[in-house]
Design a binder for this molecule. Structure first.
Ligand code: ATP
Ligand code: MG
Length: 441
């Protein structure tokens, strides 16, 4: 039986942990994220995309209308709450709807202008947490708004693949499909419903429900029996209207022109309702069940569905967490982990003030420096303990200040790799380190 006390303890324990599916990105990992982000930002800039900072929450309606009421995201996965003013707001489950909302709100695509925008940050979905699947996860996201032609689709696919190429990701597979448009999809939908109805006895409970509401989603069901039925289903790209068919041909021709390997996947439909024409994903062999590192496509009717004018768009979202995971599994480089260059040590109590001053000076010069700030139990640390810290943090240099150095206005600068020591005038320390730095790398 549970006593009141043990319940209290449980509550306290729960309070001291992040909620399920939520994790902290700690220093061991965060420097890798910074690297991935810098490569992403540079690639976005090279393709002409400008960064936007979007809000983390929006009116719930933006997602129910934009992403679509019948999608898993809106039906089951949103973090929705009522704010103190009685409005329903939702933590963003994805970025595209917010980006289109922002472009419309600020007139970024008025008078036939197009906008190429990117963003990154946390997204929230109430999913079953597992490897590569979290409730708060991060995406980087590019959206090309105001361009209807297939060149933009090819550019978006190429941009996502180029980011992954620069990050050194290997064994990726690009899979593409066309999901048609409101002109041709209803006819295909009928063909599909007829086909699945004839195979009803093999479909899972969820798919039987989808048959009425969202039959295209049956195509990407992971249940083996449904999957087998879906494998033999009619392909949407054989039922496209002339416009969608021509667009798809041009996208394929563009990818071929860039020597871009991809596979057609007639079962690729994506989980968001707003897609029209091109849909694609980039898959990694390294991720098991959560194998998509990136998903995207065209969404020519999204702006209208959220109450705006007609505004074509194409974009992608990549899973930051999963990209880092794949890079770790493939042993890819994240560049150099930043480390502290200099540890400044006091040989005795009288030198503590000079250590504080020198540490601050070095930092102002852009040289990363650390000093002994004492600790909660023992206060200031002995000289020996300070030298231990210098080794522990992997400092390239140690600056030692003692009675001798104080008397001479100098500092003993020790190269931690070679053990070589030199007496350097205090005001020269930063220059001395900078001069010798190049030799260490
Ligand atoms: P999945 O099929 O894995 O559920 P999705 O189709 O729901 O992906 P999108 O909405 O297209 O995903 O999001 C784009 C990318 O964001 C995905 O390819 C994936 O890398 C990443 N992603 C999506 N959901 C999560 C999650 N819960 N945790 C971590 N990354 C995610
Ligand atoms: Mg999903």
């Amino acid at each position: 039986m549970q006593t009141a006390d043990s319940k209290t303890i449980e509550t306290i324990e729960a309070q001291n942990k992040a909620p399920r599916g939520i994790r902290d990105i700690l220093p061991e990992e965060s420097w890798k994220w910074a690297y991935v982000l810098s490569v992403t930002a540079q690639t976005m800039a090279d393709f002409g995309y400008s960064e936007v900072y979007l809000p983390i929450f929006e009116h719930t309606e933006l997602f129910s209308r934009g992403v679509g009421d019948a999608t898993d995201i809106v039906e089951k996965e949103m973090y929705t709450f009522v704010d103190r003013g009685g409005r329903s707001v939702t933590l963003r489950p994805e970025a595209t709807a917010g980006m289109v909302r922002a472009a419309l709100e600020h007139g970024l695509c008025e008078q036939n202008m197009s906008s190429k925008l990117w963003c990154w940050g946390p997204m929230f979905r109430y999913e079953r947490p597992q490897k590569g699947r979290y409730r708060q996860f991060y995406q980087f996201d590019a959206e090309c708004l105001g361009l209807a032609g297939p060149v933009a689709d090819v550019e978006i696919i190429a941009l996502s693949a180029e980011i992954f190429r620069r990050l050194g990701l290997r064994n990726l597979e690009v899979v593409a499909n066309s999901v048609g448009c409101p002109k041709c999809r209803p006819q295909y939908r009928k063909v599909l419903v007829d086909y699945f109805t004839s195979k009803k006895s093999s479909l899972c409970e969820t798919c039987l429900g989808r048959l009425d509401r969202n039959p295209l989603r049956v195509l990407d069901c992971k249940v083996p029996e449904c999957s087998a039925v879906a494998d033999s289903a009619p392909a949407i790209y054989e039922h496209l209207c002339d416009e969608c068919a021509a667009h798809f041909e041009e996208v394929k021709a563009g990818l071929a022109r860039l020597n871009f390997p991809y596979k057609l996947d007639k079962r690729l439909v994506r989980g968001l309702d707003y897609y029209t024409k091109t849909a694609y994903e980039i898959l990694s062999g390294e991720l098991g069940a959560q194998n998509a590192v990136c998903g995207g496509g065209r969404y020519d009717n999204l702006a209208e569905s959220i109450g705006g004018p007609h505004l074509p768009g194409v974009g992608f979202a990549a899973g930051f967490d999963r990209v880092v995971l794949v890079m770790e599994q493939q042993g890819n480089s994240f560049g150099e982990r930043p480390r502290t260059e200099v540890y400044v040590a006091a040989q005795d109590e009288a030198a503590r003030g000079a250590v504080q001053i020198l540490t601050h000076k070095l930092r102002r010069e852009g040289i990363s420096a650390e000093q002994d700030a004492g600790d909660a139990l023992r206060g200031a640390r002995s000289f020996k303990a300070q030298m231990k810290s210098a080794n522990k943090i992997g400092a390239a240099w140690t600056c030692i200040v003692g009675a001798d150095e104080l008397a001479k206005g100098s500092v003993t600068v020790k190269n931690m790799t070679t053990g070589e020591q030199n007496l350097v005038a205090e005001e020269e320390v930063a220059n001395y380190i900078r001069r010798h730095e190049a030799r260490l790398i």
